[in-house]
Write a protein that binds this ligand. Structure first.
Ligand code: SF4
Length: 338
């Protein structure tokens, strides 16, 4: 049996054609899947009966089920514990901002990058398929009772370590006959996988790219993000970031979690300012969120404000991200394999 949502629209056209149906049937089916969100082929009333039977016999529609939902009463943000067809668990979150909900999606069950401050990096199971990534958006919309306005690939997993399926999922979400989300409303985060950043620059998608930097010294970075930082230096990351920005016209965001006495000195702020200026990027600061088993602490609030002001005095575009979902363990670095 095949997950229908693992197919792109052109693959679905091909699938229909191979079974003797006109290609426009694929577009009808696509609307059933992503606009009407119909799960039962028998109810797809404008499709011929033979096609409905073939769908019933050869495919399935649901790839992701909701096990549990936690709601943060203060922010109306929510976290969903999700189950995949083979029983693997993942988590995703819907974070409420002024403009609506942002879906924070998982791209892998677990993560191979082993960043020391991250719950997701403590185990590894498998990559998610494009259909499993796309279905998270639909399930989150179900539980939030509102469509998702934006998606960020910042949940469990390193998105660029599952490159092909992530890119395919973003194209599926963009498809006008379906979810119809603009690429500028999508953000891919990476801990700095340089070759994939270059590939993404050539995809013609111009999604936002957020780089989890967290340190401006290669040795400190190796201690915090051991796998990624051993593969690629800060210089290589800056080159890939500059190339991405030039090719897509998108400003790069550097994510920087402030960690007490590790990366929050005035000198770190100065070096971060220089690094960011060189690629005309933006800095998004956040206090490190607590994760079980990790002894690192967030920089105290006063230190966070001082760091932000220092960047701004250097003329750097910088913001302090509101940490949504901490009470339900749905904030950055807190999502895990279910
Ligand atoms: S921070 Fe991102 S890349 Fe690092 S372990 Fe967590 S999910 Fe993986």
């Amino acid at each position: 049996m095949m997950n229908l949502k693992d197919l792109s629209l052109s693959e679905l056209e091909q699938w229909c054609a191979e079974r003797g149906h006109a290609r426009y049937r694929a577009r009808q089916l696509w609307r059933w899947l992503y606009q009407a969100q119909e799960r039962v082929p028998a109810r797809m009333t404008n499709l011929p009966e033979r096609l409905r039977q073939q769908l019933e016999d050869e495919t399935y529609v649901d790839a992701v089920w909701v096990d549990k939902v936690f709601t943060d009463r203060n922010t109306a943000s929510l976290k969903a514990v999700l189950r995949l067809c083979d029983g693997v668990g993942i988590e995703a979150a819907a974070l409420l901002y002024r403009f609506g909900y942002t879906a924070c999606l998982s791209s892998q069950a677990g993560c191979r990058m082993a960043c020391v401050f991250c719950a997701s990096g403590q185990s590894w199971e498998r990559n998610l398929s494009s259909g499993e990534i796309v279905d998270q958006v639909l399930r989150l919309a179900d539980v939030a009772e509102r469509p998702m306005s934006r998606v960020v690939l910042m949940g469990v997993g390193e998105p660029l370590d599952n490159y092909a399926q992530v890119v395919k999922a973003l194209r599926q979400l963009h498809q006008p006959q379906g979810v119809n989300m603009g690429y500028r409303h999508m953000t891919v985060s990476t801990c700095g996988l340089v070759p994939q950043m270059h590939w993404l620059a050539d995809e013609g998608m111009a999604v936002n790219l957020a780089i989890s930097l967290h340190a401006v010294d290669d040795e400190v970075r190796k201690a915090l993000l051991p796998v990624a930082a051993r593969r690629h230096s800060l210089v290589e990351i800056a080159e890939a970031a500059r190339n991405y920005s030039e090719r897509t016209g998108r400003q790069i965001t550097f994510e920087y979690a402030l960690i007490d006495r590790i990366n929050d000195s005035d000198e770190s702020a100065q070096r971060l300012a220089e690094y960011t200026r060189a690629v005309k990027g933006h800095v998004n600061l956040i206090g490190l969120n607590p994760v079980e088993g990790c002894e690192l602490m967030a920089t105290p609030r006063a230190g966070q404000v001082r760091f932000l002001q220092k960047l701004r005095r250097e003329g750097i575009s910088a913001t302090m991200r509101r940490s949504l979902g901490v009470s339900i363990n749905a904030a950055c670095g807190q999502l895990r394999r279910g």
